[in-house]
Design a protein around this ligand. Structure first.
Ligand code: ZN
Length: 246
């Protein structure tokens, strides 16, 4: 029997609700937010607006090696997701520290030494953990927005001598395909419109400013780099304009 995508989603909602109820039964302190009125399967009922609408669908506690955070799950009407790690109460800061991190399976999960993603993520977690308030936004933008499998194809080209920019372009993509509208929407949803951005990427600052987020300071995010990383970082600096000390 055919199952519609909306039907599949309702199955997920039902499963989540059952899990929540079972957690409540055992007395766990779980906080699950279900949107009201009932979630419509992610389908927009009204015309899309210029700024993407974002809904917080979940919020939970997340103790980490870098301290205690809250993890928030957001989704927009196109089912694009974004995760926010929130430390303390950033709204109480005049301009809290924020890191926008693009998902990198190979770096974040497998500790790949081809890129500095995991090192930057850990630096951001540690720095925001020390500050006591701030936000890390985790966006599904593998390979600067080209997707996981395309990124692996780009790695294959890099193994043959291309740099990270040349490889993306050979596959028919721009050097950097990311937009930050979703991150800007998440910041607004968190009540943050003035931030300090932990980043080496001036394009990210400009994109957030265009989206209505005031970046009062760019805070460098450059972990110590191994020799393996130097070529990659050089391409980021020379071809993508990242502000790196090499
Ligand atoms: Zn990476």
């Amino acid at each position: 029997m055919a199952v519609t995508s909306a039907g599949l989603h309702w199955e997920k909602v039902g499963t989540a609700l059952a899990q929540c109820l079972s957690l409540c039964k055992v007395g766990a302190q779980a906080v699950v937010y279900f949107p009201s009125p009932p979630y419509n399967g992610g389908m927009a009922k009204t015309k899309p607006t210029k700024r993407p609408r974002l809904r917080k669908l979940a919020e939970a506690r997340l103790p980490t090696r870098f301290g205690f955070f809250r993890v928030l799950g957001f989704e927009n009407t196109r089912r694009d997701w974004l995760v926010a790690l929130v430390k303390g109460n950033p709204r109480r800061r005049a301009a809290p520290l924020v890191r926008i991190h693009s998902q990198c399976l190979t770096g974040d999960v497998f500790a790949s030494a081809r890129c500095d993603c995991r090192a930057q993520l850990e630096l951001a977690l540690a720095r925001i953990g020390r500050e006591g308030a701030g936000v890390i936004l985790y966006e599904p933008e593998e390979g600067r927005g080209i997707g996981l499998i395309n990124k692996l194809m780009a790695y294959q080209l890099q193994d043959r001598g291309m740099d990270t920019v040349e490889a993306n372009q050979r596959l028919g993509f721009p050097a950097d395909r990311r937009g930050y509208a979703l991150s800007a929407a998440a910041l607004r949803a968190l009540g943050l419109t003035r931030i300090r951005l932990l980043s080496n990427n001036p394009d990210k600052v400009a994109a957030l400013e265009r989206a209505g987020i005031r970046v009062v300071e760019r805070v460098p995010c450059q972990p110590a780099a191994s020799r393996t990383l130097r070529g990659y970082l050089r391409a980021k600096k020379e071809k993508l304009g990242h502000l790196l000390k090499l």
